[in-house]
Design a protein around this ligand. Structure first.
Ligand SMILES: [Cu+2]
Length: 183
């Protein structure tokens, strides 16, 4: 009788102990989860914008090598953007524009030393990136600039014109056509 009681008692102890352990685990995973979600959110679109702007600044500075490096990063960022949860409008824009933008980014990355060719791809790239940003939004204010000589647009993070199609040979050619504000 005594030993039955002992077994019953220790079984209950084990059950209580494991229950408490599980509660502790739940508590610590909840803590971990809160810590993770409290961190600032970095959206995939931010990577796309930042690497696009790096290409733009490199071309405006006539730096073909830096444009190529940023082109490789933009390609990855565009692929990452496709893994995001998208609303129907974003899905459509991504389906229409992402493949072309990825190809342009790839050609820019593979043409270090041939800035003329990088600039050709940058023209189409800028139009696709504009559509993508309009659909996915931006966390920073951007300006859509236009160069009447080249009849081409680009996006910039500052109001001052620094033309990526001509670099220092015609750096201030162009004007701001649109301001894209963060929501
Ligand atoms: Cu090419």
């Amino acid at each position: 009788m005594k030993s039955y009681l002992f077994i019953a008692c220790s079984t209950a102890m084990v059950v209580i102990l494991s229950f408490n352990t599980r509660k502790e685990i739940n508590k610590s995973s909840a803590l971990l989860h809160n810590t993770v979600s409290a961190m600032p959110e970095t959206k995939a679109i931010d990577g796309v914008i930042n690497y696009y702007l790096q290409i733009k600044n490199a071309l405006a500075a006539d730096n073909s090598k830096e444009a190529a490096t940023a082109g490789g990063k933009l390609k990855s960022a565009l692929i990452d953007l496709g893994k995001e949860v998208m609303n129907p409008a974003q899905k459509k824009v991504y389906a229409d524009d992402a493949d072309d933008a990825i190809e342009d980014a790839e050609h820019i990355s593979q043409n270090a030393g041939n800035i003329k060719h990088q600039r050709e791809h940058f023209e189409d790239l800028s139009d696709d990136i504009y559509d993508i940003i309009k659909a996915f939004g931006t966390t920073q204010t951007l300006y859509k600039d236009y160069c009447p000589m080249k009849k081409a647009s680009w996006l910039s993070e500052f109001k001052e014109i620094k033309n990526p199609y001509y670099g220092k040979s015609m750096l201030t050619c162009g004007s701001v056509k649109e301001t894209i504000s963060k929501p």
